[in-house]
Design a protein around this ligand. Structure first.
Ligand SMILES: Nc1ncnc2c1ncn2[C@@H]1O[C@H](COP(=O)(O)OP(=O)(O)OP(=O)(O)O)[C@@H](O)[C@H]1O
Ligand SMILES: [Mg+2]
Length: 278
């Protein structure tokens, strides 16, 4: 699925629209140094970049967990940089988040984990309804019902990911955010999670998925759009094809060495990048 520039410039709604966003923690160095990024609604956007380039910091700005030093961040058209804590808390209910470690509650079963956000945020909802939603979400995430009452310790890594995803979906979010969902997983599990991201996205019409990944191969497989960060800026934002055809040196190097491989930090230049991009 690709869009022409003309289409992008017309009045497409953006899930996230960041404009000249800068962030410095110490007042000297800028981790984000003028981020301009429009993340279209209804698409899967994968954010890539070497370690330490600010991907997680960028996500935390979108979530309103970090405040920019300057710049504008709009989520679904609303400026979030001027929101109160209360408004931000409410905003976060529109997000579903899945992080590298699903961080399930150890003392709760799969189904209790998924019911938890509903208990917190949908206090008026009857228990029977919460239970039904939790079951539906777990099914959407591909967990076999025979595991619904298992504790995290009794589940495999893949099962825990499914529960984490189901919990992220509990409040029916418009925007799904994944930070390194496959880092540290074996290739089989990686592919399962990648497929799950795509199937979840397709199941939820109009939802927007934002995925931070080290895995360029996965980025190309699942993304409508890819944005690459470098030195606190967006180096390139385009379709996977745009990345394959890019003449930007750093993009070429990233593409050349990216497939199925953990990427080295930018400073660790010891590894010669491959020459071919085919
Ligand atoms: N709370 C913080 N206070 C000070 N510096 C921070 C803070 N959070 C992040 N940083 C710095 O911001 C830079 C970017 O960090 P970030 O975690 O966004 O990188 P990343 O691109 O997600 O890397 P990785 O791929 O390794 O996860 C790093 O230099 C990090 O040390
Ligand atoms: Mg990170």
């Amino acid at each position: 699925m690709t869009e022409t520039n003309a289409e992008q410039q017309s009045n497409i709604q953006y899930a996230v629209d960041m404009s000249d966003v800068k962030k410095s923690f110490d007042g000297k160095e800028f981790v984000l140094n003028g981020i301009d990024l429009k993340i279209p609604k209804g698409k899967i956007t994968v954010i890539i970049g070497y370690s330490g380039t600010g991907k997680s910091v960028l996500l935390k700005h979108i979530l309103g967990l970090l405040h920019p030093t300057s710049g504008s961040i709009k989520v679904s058209g609303k400026e979030i940089t001027s929101m109160t804590d209360e408004q931000l808390t409410k905003l976060r209910q529109d997000y579903g988040m899945l992080f590298q470690y699903a961080a399930l509650f150890d003392d709760m079963t799969a189904i209790e984990n998924v019911m938890f956000p509903l208990k917190e945020h949908r206090r008026d909802m009857p228990r029977s309804e919460r239970l039904q939603i939790a079951k539906d979400r777990l099914k959407d995430s591909g967990l076999d019902p025979k595991h619904f009452n298992k504790l995290p310790a009794e589940m495999s890594g893949g099962m825990r990911k499914r529960v984490g995803l189901a919990r992220a979906l509990a409040l029916d979010p418009d925007i799904l955010i994944y930070d390194e969902p496959t880092t540290g997983l074996d290739p089989v599990l990686t592919e399962m999670v990648d497929n799950l991201i795509v199937s979840t996205h397709n199941l939820r019409k109009g939802s927007t998925s934002i995925v931070v990944s080290h895995d360029l191969y996965a980025a190309f497989r699942i993304a409508d759009h890819v944005a690459m960060l470098d030195s606190g800026r967006v180096l390139l934002h385009g379709t996977p094809e745009d990345f394959l055809n890019s003449e930007i040196d750093l993009v070429k190097r990233f593409v050349a060495k990216g497939v199925r491989k953990e990427l080295q930090p930018k400073n660790g230049e010891s590894e010669e990048p491959a020459r071919s991009t085919e």
